[in-house]
Design a binder for this molecule. Structure first.
Ligand SMILES: [Zn+2]
Length: 478
């Protein structure tokens, strides 16, 4: 069993991860509000928690991890966008969700187990609000229902904020119907033009925070293992989720581990449309940055650190990935040799990930595997080369050269060269079978002059590129 340690925002320390039920490890991550394309900052938590999902599936088994990531599809920003574009809300949210799925799949992100839409869980939210009112933690005022912060003495403890700090923040928008400026909305009235649902408090819609409390409970239960999101969600969103869920279910733990990823800047600056450094994932893909390069850059900084997405990092990442792929192309025997078919992950890569998702360390271990693999002449004993490919897949990096060949003409040409070598190897085998050893030797010598060394073994012939490799000589042999 892989020992996993994770930094827990709740205790502000790294802790050994022990799931409540190893047969069903449960994780909830706050998903996007769907009215626009995901930008590169939005993609960071998606990749971070995809890595954690992959690690947990590896440690506990693919069928033993439940990952929930929601879509917030009721929100004033969505209403405003739909009104501005004069479109039905559902059309806008459906379109945005389809974009999101396409962009995240391009980044090699596995689909979560459940992707609930807030609008599909309104009855669960209404029921939770009723419980909170019944327990004295919420009150109705002018068609609104508010959470009474004073009823939960632990409020602010999670985000480690003092009462003064929280009050100063809350005073920006004090509504007359609030008993306390910090009280937050659980339910609010909707006009006929706004989306709304019937409730004991009239036609209205839920506040944002109650969504995650209700959906996580419906899909994962009142106590589950991990709750994640961006660092900007710690306060007030996660503080409020905790207040709601703990007051609705005082005997539960809600989430045991809380994980938050750091901010993302672009070229050293906070992303903003006015600075001209605002990029959606689609913008970057359209600029020709390959999807696995974006993923690689996102993983090159530890998830808790602020990350700077730069063009230079993308260039470096692309060079690295091409070097690794090139080695796999040059020594294709490593992929087909039965002795090497499955070595599993390199233990050092797995250990790095299991140590609070230390991706920079995992990547440096992949570099080490590459260096080791380069130095091994004999394909049959090149454990490092297979481990490089298999371990990269644990990070969601697909070093499948056939796929990358389709992406890039340069490597596609190299693959044509591989086809040419394979054809010559077959021709040589035919000549040997016909006992035409002169032709067989001629093919072997010509290939060696072009920098391709043939190695016969019981099952056939492997080849390797030598330092004298010369593509034009190989071309002349075709
Ligand atoms: Zn949430």
């Amino acid at each position: 069993m892989t020992e996993i340690t994770l930094y827990n925002t709740r205790t502000r320390s790294k802790e050994r991860f022990r799931p409540i039920d190893p047969a069903n490890v449960r994780m909830y991550v706050c998903g996007p509000t769907v009215y626009d394309r995901a930008h590169i900052g939005n993609a960071r938590p998606v990749v971070v928690f995809d890595l954690l999902f992959r690690l947990l599936r590896h440690a506990y088994g693919e069928g033993h991890v439940t990952y929930v990531r929601n879509f917030t599809d009721v929100d004033d920003k969505i209403n405003a966008r739909a009104a501005a574009e004069n479109r039905p809300i559902r059309e806008l949210t459906d379109e945005t969700i389809a974009w999101y799925h396409a962009d995240m799949a391009a980044l090699g992100v596995l689909p979560p187990t459940h992707e609930p839409r807030a609008t599909e869980f309104i009855p669960e939210m209404v029921a939770m609000i009723e419980t909170l009112i019944a327990r004295g933690h919420a009150y109705e005022a002018q068609g609104h229902v508010l959470f009474a912060v004073a009823s939960f003495p632990a409020y602010g403890r999670f985000a480690n904020r003092s009462l003064d700090e929280m009050q100063a923040g809350a005073r920006v928008e004090v509504a007359p119907y609030k008993r306390d400026p910090m009280d937050f909305v659980l339910w609010k009235p909707s006009s006929s033009a706004e989306p709304g649902w019937p409730s004991p408090w009239g036609h209205g819609r839920p506040g944002w925070h109650i969504e995650c409390s209700a959906m996580s409970e419906a899909l994962l239960g009142a106590s589950f293992d991990i709750h994640g999101g961006g660092i900007d969600l710690v306060f007030p969103h996660h503080e409020n989720e905790i207040a709601q869920s703990m007051c609705a279910h005082p005997d539960s733990d809600f989430a045991r581990f809380w994980m938050h990823n750091g901010f993302l800047n672009v070229e050293g600056e906070k992303m903003s449309k006015s600075l001209g450094n605002f990029f959606t994932v689609r913008d970057l893909l359209d600029q020709g940055i390959p999807s696995e390069v974006i993923r690689f850059v996102l993983m090159s900084t530890h998830y808790r650190q602020p990350m700077d997405f730069t063009e230079r990092k993308a260039e470096e990442a692309e060079k690295t990935l091409r070097r690794w792929e090139q080695l796999l192309i040059e020594r294709p025997g490593a992929r087909s040799s039965p002795a090497l078919q499955y070595h599993g992950f390199a233990p050092a890569v797995l250990a790095a990930l299991a140590d609070d998702l230390n991706t920079p360390k995992a990547i440096s271990e992949l570099h080490a595997l590459y260096e080791e693999a380069k130095g091994v002449e004999l394909v049959e004993s090149n454990r490092a080369l297979t481990q490089l490919q298999v371990s990269a897949s644990l990070l969601g990096l697909n070093l499948d050269i056939a796929e990358s060949a389709a992406r890039r003409k340069g490597i596609a040409e190299t693959l044509e060269g591989i086809d040419a070598i394979q054809t010559l190897i077959e021709r040589r085998a035919e000549a040997k079978r016909a006992r035409d050893f002169a032709t067989a030797d001629h093919i072997r010598d010509s290939l060696l002059k072009a920098g391709v060394l043939l190695k016969d073994h019981a099952g056939g012939t492997n080849w390797e590129r030598t330092r004298e490799f010369d593509a034009s000589r190989l071309e002349a042999l075709r």
